[in-house]
Design a protein around this ligand. Structure first.
Ligand code: GDP
Length: 217
């Protein structure tokens, strides 16, 4: 098994409250209801780990899970980010969260990969385009400053969720739409697109292929 242990570490609410210690991390981000908790649970092989993040009042935290803690090989932090795109959030609070979000992507040294979940069964949403723009800018900035002692390069991947609703396929229309949006947002042309389903466990292996690049060796 790839996952020997998972422990909830803490919920971060600002750059200063994120864990220290330098363990590499991968962040899972997406709109509310995209299927993030289901996918994180599928990837970790745990039934209800990520749902703990949904406890009322805890939803706006960056929830850190230590995977394979203390092992020489295969340890990392999985960061379950809050579901984005809530229309109800008041403007000042939203601005504060967006500032935290872009600083996190741009300058969190431990962050090596962002996995962006997009619902394959609904048209691409404004929130997804915003995430692409923010991550695209961070990927570009971090690759330009490589070797400067600032944040190391950042990888980015898109997971297309709920593919079981369409017999396990993602329509070429959806793929084209996502590809075009990625290009407009300045994201790398080689950004992986991974179809997935928490129902059929489709995409589990492909996500693990991505995570292996982040794990300690
Ligand atoms: P989150 O808000 O992004 O964490 O999303 P959840 O994992 O809680 O899922 C939101 C809703 O989508 C729930 O009703 C899930 O049952 C459903 N869902 C999640 N993943 C899938 C999937 O792969 N296939 C289908 N058909 N439904 C899913």
């Amino acid at each position: 098994a790839l996952v020997h242990a998972v422990r909830f570490v803490k919920g971060g609410v600002s750059m200063e409250t994120l864990p220290t210690g330098g363990l590499a991390e991968v962040a899972f981000v997406g709109r509310s209801n995209v299927g993030k908790s289901s996918l994180v649970n599928m990837v970790l092989g745990r039934r209800a780990i990520a749902y703990t993040s949904k406890t009322p009042g805890k939803t706006q935290q960056y929830n850190y899970f230590a995977v394979n803690e203390g092992r020489a090989v295969g340890s990392f932090h999985l960061v379950d980010m809050p579901g984005l795109g809530f229309a109800k959030v008041a403007a000042p609070l939203r601005a504060r969260w967006n500032a935290f979000l872009s600083e996190y992507f741009a300058s969190r040294r431990e962050l090596r990969m962002v996995v962006h979940l997009i619902d394959s069964q609904v048209p691409l949403q404004e929130t997804d385009v915003s995430i692409m723009q923010m991550v695209g800018a961070a990927v570009a900035a971090r690759s330009e400053q490589e070797g400067s002692g600032l944040a190391p390069p950042l990888d980015y991947a898109v997971v297309l969720t709920k593919a079981d609703k369409n017999d396990g396929r993602v329509s070429s229309r959806t793929v084209d739409q996502v590809r075009r949006a990625l290009e407009s947002a300045g994201c790398p042309a080689a950004t992986p697109l991974v179809p997935s389903s928490a129902k059929t466990r489709m995409g589990r292996e492909a996500v693990w292929m991505l995570l292996r690049e982040v794990m300690s060796e």
